[in-house]
Design a protein around this ligand. Structure first.
Ligand SMILES: [Ca+2]
Length: 135
């Protein structure tokens, strides 16, 4: 058994989580305090690898946060989840999933966020591949 990484099976991508337009607030004041997190596991509430800052009292958060990820041929998907920050239990607002391994050029995505089959808003982000240096 070797623990060396096979880089031919990995791809590095840069993601900029730009903004969202959420259709329904989850707080009593009709607003939310949204943040977006990214996971490699589709199960809600499970593993996540990064999250944006919380933007308070808005349904149109502007995050504009950049992150670098490795995606592998085995785990190709990234799940974007938007949550509303609450004092005790954050409210889940919607998900978008993408096969990040197929990314081979810069693309800006404007996509539906979904909670089950219901469209709960839109998410704007960009993704571009970074070539891994062999050195
Ligand atoms: Ca809240």
């Amino acid at each position: 058994m070797t623990k060396e990484k096979d880089h031919s099976q990995h791809k590095r991508v840069k993601i900029n989580i730009l903004s969202a337009d959420l259709y329904e607030g989850t707080d009593p004041n009709g607003m939310s305090d949204p943040y977006c997190r990214i996971g490699k596991d589709g199960k809600i509430g499970k593993k996540w690898i990064t999250k944006t800052k919380v933007i308070q009292r808005t349904l149109k958060p502007n995050w504009n946060e950049e992150e670098l990820f490795y995606v592998s041929a085995k785990k190709q998907k990234l799940y974007f989840e938007v949550w509303d920050r609450d004092p005790y239990f954050d409210d889940y607002m919607g998900t978008f999933e993408i096969n990040a391994y197929e990314c081979d050029k810069y693309v800006c995505h404007d996509v539906d966020l979904k909670k089950g089959s219901k469209v709960t808003g839109r998410l704007l982000f960009s993704i571009s591949p970074l070539h891994v240096s062999p050195f």
